[in-house]
Design a protein around this ligand. Structure first.
Ligand code: NAP
Length: 305
């Protein structure tokens, strides 16, 4: 889409949304943005985005709107609530929904969009804010083909890889939840291994170096192995409160599909305990502190970068 075409709406300028929107602007898309806290839009407005006063105001009838919001509640409010954009998006509009939300909400939104002749494309992402800034997100897409075709030029700006999971939008959200379940389980396992090593007077960093360069030479173990051994949980790339949200969504999806997931239950309890201990605004890797505490090790004050 060139600068001559209608502006794209971008809603949700948090840790992920802000760098994603900046990349779309840099690639030549015109943007109309909205964020609940308007001050967070200032850097984008300085780069040429237009700030809307409500979600509907960010949307062009028949155009494209991208949402990157915290959770189900936020997505529901900006879409269906007062000032929500669904009506204004109108016939032939496309909603590219990139937040991590429940497949159940996606199913409902697909229907609500269809009633108005517009389309919901699920496009949740893997990758932390620095990956978003570097245009290296891994994007899982699902939805009707014409809508995916319209979404594609934007997604190619935002990510390094796009994986297509078919025409049923909720599928991409299930993929995202299953992936986050794997990452959260890896963080818990890293925390338990680090605790065992510390109790045995072995340097966890030396162990992580071995594992992350040989048997577990992949981004999840490399990045989270470093964060856990260094105890660098602030500032958060992905807030622990949102990690609990995802753990809850995994549990709901598992119950809804009658899929026992005992690991998922354990990890959810770890997140719940971490929130109860006041760690909501630390990085979700701080869930690893639970294993250290259970082993009688001092968790220590989180280090800052
Ligand atoms: P974040 O920094 O906490 O930003 C959340 C955004 O949602 C902000 O724009 C916030 O507005 C908005 N919001 C929250 N509640 C709202 C409500 N009730 N109504 C309207 N807006 C509301 O979160 P993030 O890290 O950018 O994550 C965004 C989404 O991407 C989440 O679904 C997350 O699970 C997913 N994700 C995150 C990462 C990561 O590493 N961070 C990676 C992959 C996927 P305010 O500015 O007003 O608070």
């Amino acid at each position: 889409m060139s600068r001559g075409e209608p502006p794209v709406g971008f809603i949700g300028l948090g840790s992920m949304g802000a760098p994603m929107a900046a990349n779309l602007l840099a690639a030549g898309f015109r943007l109309r943005v909205w964020n609940r806290t308007p001050g967070r839009a200032e850097p984008l407005v300085a780069q040429g985005a237009v700030l809307a006063t409500d979600p509907a105001g960010a949307v062009e009838p028949g155009g494209i709107v991208v949402t990157m919001l915290a959770d189900d509640r936020a997505l529901e409010e900006v879409t269906l609530g007062a000032g929500g954009f669904l009506e204004r998006l109108g016939a032939d509009g496309v909603h590219i929904s990139m937040s991590t939300v429940s497949p159940a909400l996606a199913r409902r939104l697909v229907e609500r969009h269809r009633e108005r002749g517009n389309l919901y494309v699920a496009a949740p992402v893997f990758g932390r804010p620095e990956m978003a800034a570097a245009r290296k997100l891994v994007i899982c897409v699902a939805g009707e083909e014409p809508a995916k075709a319209r979404a594609r030029p934007l997604l190619e700006v935002l990510g390094q890889d796009i994986f297509d999971f078919g025409q049923e939008a909720p599928a991409a959200h299930v993929v995202k939840l299953a992936g986050n379940f794997l990452i959260a389980s890896a963080i818990e396992a890293l925390g338990e291994a680090a605790a065992l090593l510390r109790k045995s007077a072995v340097d966890p960093a030396a162990f992580m170096n071995l594992m992350s360069t040989t048997l577990f030479a992949c981004p999840v173990y490399q990045n989270y192995g470093r964060i856990v051994t260094e105890g660098r949980y602030a500032p958060a790339g992905f807030r622990l409160a949102l990690g609990l949200k995802d753990a809850e969504l995994v549990g709901q999806a598992a119950s809804g599909s009658v899929t026992p997931m005992p690991f998922a239950d354990l990890v959810r309890q770890r997140f719940l305990a971490a929130v109860a201990k006041g760690r909501s605004d630390l990085d979700w890797a701080a869930v690893a502190l639970g294993a250290a505490e259970d082993a009688g090790l001092p968790a220590g004050a989180p280090r800052k970068e």
